[in-house]
Design a protein around this ligand. Structure first.
Ligand code: ZN
Length: 225
């Protein structure tokens, strides 16, 4: 059944991603109802606090509230697993305007997505952050860099980690050209902040470079925090 639904969407993509209503020609991705109901985060202050004492970050901004079965989850799931990269562009555009990111991030030098491991990139075919990052990059006129920050080890659950892995301090992330980032203010982007662990591990690697400052922008934040 799922297969036929997906096939149908492929040929008739003009349905609301959240509720399957037909879209008017003026609408994109979401119908008017779902667009109005999208849970845009009103207060971002406590997100930066989440990182206090854990890692040194300048600003952290998230666009939407994410929880099980809400429209944000549906949007991000469709962006991530259904090949709908246009959702990233749509949300990126809205995020920039809604949160006035142009003035908020006026001193950013480069936009950097949390990288996917090569294996995952091959299976999925794309990094779900690329269309979002490229849209923000275009709107803010800041370079988007997807080639110099890499994920070098695939994520394993604790159960499958061997003794060596568990006690070693090897980072899962690596910079291929650290000197490029020297003295730069990086805007690190991700889809959802859950525990913040992935972002912190990225920041730890990036902050090894002299003079680096980091801000973070994500499409969503889970309510668990
Ligand atoms: Zn809808």
């Amino acid at each position: 059944m799922r297969f036929f639904q997906d096939l149908f969407r492929l040929f008739y993509p003009n349905l609301c991603v959240n509720c399957d209503r037909n879209l008017f020609s003026s609408e994109k991705i979401l119908c008017g109802h779902c667009k109005n109901d999208l849970p845009i985060l009103q207060n971002n202050d406590n997100i930066t606090e989440l990182f206090y004492g854990r890692i040194n970050v300048e600003q952290v901004v998230s666009f939407l509230s994410y929880h099980k079965n809400n429209s944000t989850q549906k949007l991000i799931h469709t962006l991530k697993y259904k090949g709908r990269e246009d959702i990233g562009e749509f949300l990126g555009d809205w995020f920039v305007k809604e949160f006035n990111l142009l003035s908020r991030f006026s001193d950013i030098d480069v936009i950097l997505p949390v990288p996917l491991h090569n294996k995952k990139l091959k299976t999925r075919g794309y990094n779900q952050l690329t269309s979002f990052g490229q849209k923000v990059s275009k709107e803010l006129n800041i370079e988007f860099c997807s080639t110099k920050f890499l994920k070098v080890s695939a994520t394993k659950t604790q159960t499958f980690k061997n003794r060596f892995d568990r006690f070693s301090n090897h980072s899962s992330f690596k910079l291929s050209d650290p000197s490029y980032f020297k003295n730069k203010h990086i805007l690190l982007i991700d889809d959802v902040i859950t525990t913040g662990a992935t972002l912190i591990s990225c920041c730890e690697e990036l902050l090894k470079v002299e003079g680096v400052k980091i801000s973070i922008a994500t499409l969503a934040l889970t309510k668990k925090i």
